[in-house]
Design a protein around this ligand. Structure first.
Ligand code: FEO
Ligand code: CA
Ligand code: CA
Length: 529
C-alpha cells in the first residue's frame, strides 16, 4: 500500500497513527487466491446490476418481495436466513426471514418530508418477520405449492408469547418479531429466527446503577413507537417458530442482544445453540439446554478467547453477577452488560456461525471492526475440547482473513455442504461498496472454499450480487442438489424514484425487489463428489 493510500485508509478507519494492531493485521493475511490461478468455474468481481454466476451454475427466481403466498398475504421484504425442512419425499417447508423495512421503498418513495403515517408503518410491520412456504420438487425444480394452508406469514404484528410464562414489562407476550437476520433449526425441526437490529423499531432501554430504566430513541430509525408504544425489552430475542403451524414463542433463556444466528446441535442429550452479537466489540455466546427437547431452561455462556473458556451468565453460578442484576431475567434483558462484566472477549462483529459436518469445528464469521482498524474481517474457527459441543473449554484460530490478497472482504453468512466445502457470502456495507478501501471487491458475492483438491482452502468467488445487494441465507436442500440463496436489499439507499440505483430483478424502471433464488448446476455435484 503506498503512502497516500495508506493515509486515506487510516483516515477512513478513524486511526490517527500507525497503530500496531493495524500493521500486524494488514500483514497477517493468510492464503491468497490470487497467488494461484483461479479455476475456470470462478468468476471475477463485478459491479453489474445483475446476478452473475459461475458458468457451471444456473439460477431461477423462486419468489420475490410482494409475490402472493396465499389469498391475503404476500412475501415480505429483505429476505435473509433460509431454512429447509424436508417433509415427505418431494415436499418441504421453507422458512425465510424478512429482516428490515426500508420506509422509502415500502412507500413507493412518496414519503418522509412530513414523517410517516400509521398506514405506512403498518405496511412496514407487515413486510418483516418471516414466511413459511410449502414447497415441492417437480422435474428437478423446487416450486411453491400455491395456496397451501401452510403458506403463512409471521410479522411485526403477530402476537408471540414469551416461553416459560415469563412476563416482561407486565406482559406475557410481545407484539411481533422483526429485524430477523439469520437463525437455526432445532433437533425437533422448528425454526429459530433471530432478532438482530431491533433498536430501529422501538428504540432501546438503558439502566442506571439502581436498575432504573430509561428509554433511548434515535431520530434516524423506524420510530414505530410513535404509533405503537411497545417496550424495547420485548425484542432482541431468539424466536422459535413451528413451520407446520406458524406457532411462535420468544426464548429469554438465550439472552438479548443483536442476535445474528442460532446455530443448533444436539450433543449428550442437550441442545447447544451458538449465537453471535453483530456489533463492533461484542461477544460470542453458547447456550446449553437442560433437556434434549426444549430451549426453555439451560445455561447461557459467553466466550473468553484468551482463557479458552465459556463463562456462565447465570446469577446463581456467578455471585458477582448477583451484585449487578436482581434476577436472572434482569440479567438476560441486559445480556451485553453481563458479558462485558464477566470479562468476555470483544470480537469483530460476530455474525453467522456454522458447524463443520465432519470435524465438528465451529466456524464464526467476524465481519469487520472499524474501531480496531479491521476493514475486511475474517473467519474464526473454534475447536471444543474433545470435540464435545457441551465442553466449557476450547481452542481457536483464524481460518481465513479477508483482504485484497484473499479476494474477499466482510464475510457474513456461512453454509457447509455435505462434503465440508464452506460457502460464504460477503456484506460490504452499501455505502462503502465500490469505494475505498473496498474497490477491488466490487459488488458483494458468494464464495466457496473447497475442502479438497487443487483449490483446497482457497476462497473462490462463484456469484456476484446486483448493485447495493448482499447475498444472504445460503441453504442447501436435503439432497444438496439445490442451493437456496437470498438477494437482499438491491439498490439500498435510494431515497427517491429519480435516484434508483438498481432495477433488479424486474429491469426497466422498476423498483428493485429482494428475492430468493434456487441455484443448481454441475459445480455443486463436482464439489461434492
Ligand atoms: Fe443482519 Fe448482521 O446481519
Ligand atoms: Ca448477516
Ligand atoms: Ca448483513
Amino acid at each position: 500500500m503506498n503512502t497516500i493510500k495508506r493515509r486515506e485508509f487510516l483516515k477512513f478507519l478513524g486511526v490517527t497513527g500507525g497503530s500496531l494492531y493495524l500493521t500486524t493485521h494488514l500483514s497477517g493475511c493468510l492464503l491468497t487466491s490470487k497467488s494461484k490461478n483461479n479455476p475456470a468455474w470462478a468468476i471475477s468481481p463485478s459491479d453489474a446490476d445483475q446476478v452473475i454466476l459461475s458458468k457451471e451454475l444456473n439460477y431461477k427466481q423462486f419468489i420475490a418481495w410482494n409475490d402472493k403466498i396465499n389469498e391475503t398475504e404476500s412475501f415480505g421484504t429483505n429476505n435473509d436466513y433460509i431454512a429447509f425442512i424436508q417433509d415427505s419425499n418431494n415436499e418441504a417447508y421453507l422458512w425465510v426471514n424478512h429482516e428490515h423495512a426500508d420506509p422509502h421503498k415500502l412507500s413507493e418513495y412518496k414519503v418522509l418530508e412530513v414523517g410517516r403515517t400509521k398506514e405506512q408503518v403498518d405496511k412496514e410491520q407487515l413486510a418483516v418477520g418471516g414466511s413459511v412456504l410449502k414447497i415441492k420438487k417437480q422435474n428437478g425444480q423446487w416450486q411453491i405449492i400455491e395456496n397451501h394452508p401452510s403458506n403463512l406469514r409471521v410479522t411485526a404484528k403477530t402476537k408471540i408469547p414469551f416461553a416459560g410464562n415469563i412476563k416482561i414489562q407486565g406482559k406475557d407476550h410481545a407484539i411481533g418479531t422483526f429485524a430477523n437476520c439469520a437463525g437455526g433449526v432445532t433437533p425437533w425441526n422448528t425454526i429459530l429466527t433471530c432478532e438482530e437490529n431491533y433498536h430501529h423499531g422501538y428504540g432501546e432501554v438503558e439502566f442506571d446503577d439502581n436498575g432504573n430504566r430509561k428509554l433511548k430513541r434515535k431520530k434516524k430509525s423506524l420510530n414505530w413507537h410513535l404509533f405503537y408504544d411497545h417496550p424495547p425489552e420485548h425484542y432482541g430475542w431468539v424466536v422459535e417458530v413451528d413451520p407446520k403451524t406458524g406457532k411462535a414463542k420468544k426464548h429469554t433463556s438465550l439472552g438479548r442482544f443483536a442476535h445474528e444466528s442460532a446455530t443448533t446441535v444436539l450433543e449428550n442429550n442437550k441442545v447447544v445453540v451458538y449465537s453471535g452479537d453483530d456489533k463492533d466489540n461484542e461477544c460470542l455466546y453458547k447456550f446449553i439446554s437442560d433437556t434434549p427437547d426444549s430451549l426453555e431452561s439451560g445455561t447461557l455462556y459467553v466466550a473468553d478467547l484468551k482463557l479458552g473458556r465459556w463463562l456462565p451468565l447465570d446469577i446463581t453460578k456467578n455471585p458477582h453477577l448477583k451484585k449487578k442484576f436482581k434476577t436472572q431475567l434482569d440479567m438476560l434483558i441486559r445480556t451485553r452488560e453481563a458479558a462485558h462484566f464477566v470479562g468476555a472477549s470483544e470480537l469483530d462483529r460476530p455474525e453467522d456461525i456454522e458447524i463443520h459436518p465432519n470435524t465438528k469445528e465451529v466456524y464464526v464469521a467476524l465481519t469487520n471492526n472499524k474501531t480496531k482498524g479491521n476493514a475486511h474481517g475474517s473467519i474464526l474457527k473454534i475447536k471444543e475440547k474433545n470435540n464435545d459441543h457441551t465442553s466449557l473449554e476450547f481452542q481457536h484460530e483464524s481460518f481465513l482473513t479477508g483482504g485484497e490478497d484473499s479476494g474477499f472482504s466482510c464475510p457474513d453468512n456461512l453454509a457447509f455442504d455435505k462434503t465440508g466445502n464452506l460457502w460464504f457470502t460477503t456484506d460490504i456495507s452499501t455505502k462503502l461498496l465500490n469505494n475505498f478501501p473496498y474497490n477491488s471487491f466490487k459488488n458483494n458475492g458468494l464464495f466457496v472454499v473447497p475442502v479438497k483438491g487443487k483449490y483446497a482452502g482457497l476462497p473462490i468467488q462463484v456469484a456476484s450480487a446486483p448493485v447495493g445487494a448482499e447475498f444472504t441465507g445460503p441453504c442447501f436442500s436435503k439432497d444438496y442438489e439445490t442451493l437456496f440463496l437470498s438477494v437482499q436489499h438491491p439498490g439500498e439507499g435510494a431515497e427517491s424514484l429519480s435516484e434508483l440505483k438498481s432495477h433488479w430483478p424486474d429491469g426497466g424502471n422498476n423498483i428493485p425487489r429482494s428475492a430468493v433464488l434456487t441455484i443448481q448446476g454441475p459445480l455443486l455435484k463436482k464439489l461434492m463428489s
